[in-house]
Design a protein around this ligand. Sequence first.
Ligand code: MTE
Length: 383
Amino acid sequence: MNSRRNFLKQMSGAAFAVSAAPSLISWAAVDIPGEDGLIVRSFRFVDLETPVEYFDTWLTPVPHFFVRNHMHEPSELNPEDWRLTIGGEVEKPLTLSLAELSKIETHEVVNTLECAGNGRSLYRPQVPGVQWGKGAVSTARFSGPRLRDILQRAGVKTTGRHVMFRGLDEVPGKVPPFIRSIPVEKALDSDTLIATHMNGAPLTRHHGFPARALAPGWIGAASCKWLTEIRVLEKEFEGNFMSPGYRFPNQPAKPGDAVKPEDTHVMTALNVKSAISRPSEGAKVKGSKVSIHGTAWAGEADIAKVEVSTDGGTTWSVAKLGHEQAHYAWRLWTYDWKTAKSGEYIVMSRATDTQGRIQPATPVWNPSGYLYNTVDQVKIRVV
Ligand code: MTE
């Protein structure tokens, strides 16, 4: 389907109401990737969700990869003029051009990137924020220099404990800039990158051209796009996107609880999680054998098993995991279900990881709707 037509179609739905400030809408300025089907969750700042039906390839084609922007993408970014500065608690502050960055040895990481807010719309009662369904998650092969190699050139002082990233987003009005930090241990991990490529091609504008941080296995917010500054700090960065943003309660919270900031922590690695990609919610399926497909991921851990239930969670059978695998990447899975008889069924999937974590049966509610990882389910009809 033509992307513009599809976009207009999406815009006629509920998502449009979220951001219908007419003066802010410039149709020509919005470049919706791909020819078909990303779900527009916000228009003012482009937030695009990958439909679960697209979870059928191990690597998500870039035009199908979800997009999460807190503010406007940089409108003009000339790669010739772009510079990356490295400063703060370092012996030798550096400035690198794109040409200089591209001369540093590259490393590849296949990473499942998931927004901490993925699944927020499934919490009850609902919580404010972008109402993501199940598709603020995708997988790509990222490549670029290791952050470690760049930091080693600059020489991190012993006082350096956290590494801060600043993006070149265009900040509207009083919105605080997108700046976050990660602990120095994660920054020095050999898989943490300054990624310049995604699935073998230079990053697109939506995904942070010309360079982004990549903190594999961690919430998407740790991977700052349109990177322009790296700063080594003595302590964690204190800014809107570290607090109150992207924090999770230390103790289980109930709807209505006022969780104090000091009783929360910065989110880092992702949860264990699975999603059913086919059949779709509400599908009518024929035959005595139905193939159930999906994917499962676990941040810094690996998937140990995925189980499927076709009786609403009473009994579970082990699904077959796909061959393609990498440390921080999701595993595709399938389960061939010999259907008993026609009727309505609740099909569920539940992943367990190598740290022994298992998807919970009920949501772990929290006021900002982060890290939703309840057992997935679809209701289907066998005819
Ligand atoms: N980096 C900048 N500069 N600005 C942003 O708004 N969003 C973050 C992260 N990096 C963001 C950013 C969030 S919340 C997520 S989930 C990921 O980018 C999404 O990456 P993607 O758009 O490439 O899928």
